[in-house]
Design a protein around this ligand. Structure first.
Ligand SMILES: *Cc1c(COP(=O)(O)O)cnc(C)c1O
Length: 390
């Protein structure tokens, strides 16, 4: 028996794993202390839990615990990284390089800086969503202080060659930030091997709670400095003041631990489900094309355009399946996704795109059910549309 509605929007957010909730619960009640209270055991217990989580997160990315700064999520981490670096290194240069397909938290932080005298290059990706390294190398100038390229895209799931980008930035003496919100716990990330100087994370994309995230800030070779964006009590090495969200941090740490333990098996399972979904759709329907690189993408992500079918109509017909046509932030607008437009897709193709985001709690039965429902609704809509011949 299939229980509906089915959740296939795991790139927007994920349910909190019950094991994560269980780990968090005591920190709401008996262990409610303020991690900054150093005069009694309530504070010490909270602080210990925070440090345990910090260690787990650092270990997952081959960093040192002291390089992890807790924030309210990836939006805040992106703001702190982009604005913090630019303001701190303004005497060295005023140029930033990023990519057109980045999350709005990056693009809008860059737009903010442009109003304050910085220059930003927004590189176009290749048609498969990958960044051409030669293009990046050409964009870096004497004035460049920061390159920001996400590891995995939230709409099309494309995973960039972060190691190559990091090596290039290191060679050119430019700081490198990556938004790894979608990839942490799903795709290998090693801040040393990949020469990453800053990285943004958020717990709610990896079966942790919402409202908690982190920024990795390199402490040596080179030590990264940040202009503080939140003044106050000087928490988190002064980088981010505010009473720590202890329950959230405990959940974040537990969520990362589970992902790391289960990653290999879970990747294989999701790739199997994703490929089954793709085959099921493409074998039953003509003119279904995959957006973004076919294989260099997140295990659970499939973004496809159903030629001749407007995605909003398809989603309306699939009311028992939670899907999205793009990022959660821009859903509800009728304009085609800026990410798909940056790939060079025709407006019509971009408007017919659906993002399938498979996650930990999805099953093969659900995949088969969604294939059946999709095929049925697409056939019906195409029959109504005079533009498409099958
Ligand atoms: C979800 C997401 C964000 C925003 O994270 P929040 O914690 O919701 O603020 C930023 N970047 C990417 C790539 C994301 O997927």
């Amino acid at each position: 028996m299939i229980r509906t509605p089915i959740y296939f929007d795991n790139n927007a957010t994920t349910p909190t794993d019950p094991r994560v909730v269980e780990a968090m619960l005591p920190y709401f009640t008996e262990h409610f202390g303020n991690a900054a209270s150093q005069t009694h055991s309530f504070g010490w217990t909270a602080q210990q839990a925070v440090e345990t989580a910090r260690k787990a997160i650092a270990a997952a990315i081959n960093a040192s615990p002291r390089e992890i700064v807790f924030t309210s999520g990836a939006t805040e981490s992106d703001n702190l990284a982009i604005k913090g670096v630019s303001e701190a290194y303004a005497d060295r240069g005023s140029h930033i390089v990023t990519v057109q397909t980045e999350h709005k938290a990056i693009l809008d932080s860059c737009k903010h800086l442009e109003k304050h005298g910085f220059q930003v290059t927004y590189l176009p990706p290749e048609p498969d969503g990958l960044l051409d390294l030669n293009r990046l190398a050409d964009a870096i100038t004497e004035k460049t202080i920061l390159v920001s390229v996400m590891q995995a895209n939230n709409e099309i799931g494309v995973v960039q060659d972060i190691a190559a980008i990091g090596a290039l930035c290191r060679e050119r003496g430019v700081l490198f930030h990556t938004d790894a919100s979608q990839s942490l716990g799903k795709v290998p990330l090693d801040v040393e091997a990949m020469h990453i100087d800053l990285a943004s994370f958020t717990a709610h994309k990896l079966y942790g709670p919402k409202g908690i995230g982190a920024l990795y800030v390199r402490r040596r070779d080179p030590q990264v400095n940040l202009a503080i964006q939140m003044d106050g009590g000087g928490h988190e090495r002064g980088f981010r003041s505010g009473t720590l969200n202890v329950t959230g941090i405990v959940g974040f740490g537990k969520a990362v631990e589970i992902c790391m333990q289960e990653r290999e098996q879970e990747t294989a399972r999701l790739v199997h489900l994703r490929d089954r979904l793709k085959r099921g759709l493409q074998s039953a329907l003509p003119n279904v094309c995959v957006n973004g690189h076919e294989t260099q993408r997140l295990p659970g992500n499939l973004n496809v355009s159903f030629h001749g079918v407007v995605s909003d109509s398809l989603m309306m017909g699939l009311s028992d399946v939670a899907l999205s046509s793009g990022s959660a932030c821009s859903s509800g607008s009728l304009a085609p996704s800026y990410v798909l437009k940056a790939l060079g897709l025709r407006e019509e193709t971009a408007l017919s795109a659906i993002r399938f985001g498979l996650g930990r709690f999805n099953t093969e039965e659900e995949v088969d059910y969604v294939i059946g429902r999709c095929v049925e609704v697409v056939r019906r809509l195409r029959a109504l549309s005079p533009l498409v011949e099958e």
